[in-house]
Design a protein. Sequence first.
Length: 115
Amino acid sequence: MPAINAKRVYRIMRQNALLLERKPTVPPSKRAHTGRVAVKESNQRWCSDGFEFCCDNGERLRVTFALDCCDREALHWAVTTGGFNSETVQDVMLGSGGTPLRQRSSVVSSGVADG
């Protein structure tokens, strides 16, 4: 019996159509991403992101927010213990209105009475 080696295995697999197809070469996109996200002025480009962390009681807290790509300042945010859907992220993006949180007059309340 002949020795088994990689070339023999490859040839037998090719003869029996057992090889995987090679990934087709795709021409590079004309709209290549240059990796630049930052812009020179505020309110030119925004982005959204989110994160989650586990509280001491085991509950997961999820936060999504909108950032100005110029100065990376948070414009708007939403928090939930459930999941986010596309409507929530859209509301965050539309609710930002291009005004940073520090310039808004609204007060964020924790729901706990002072006293």
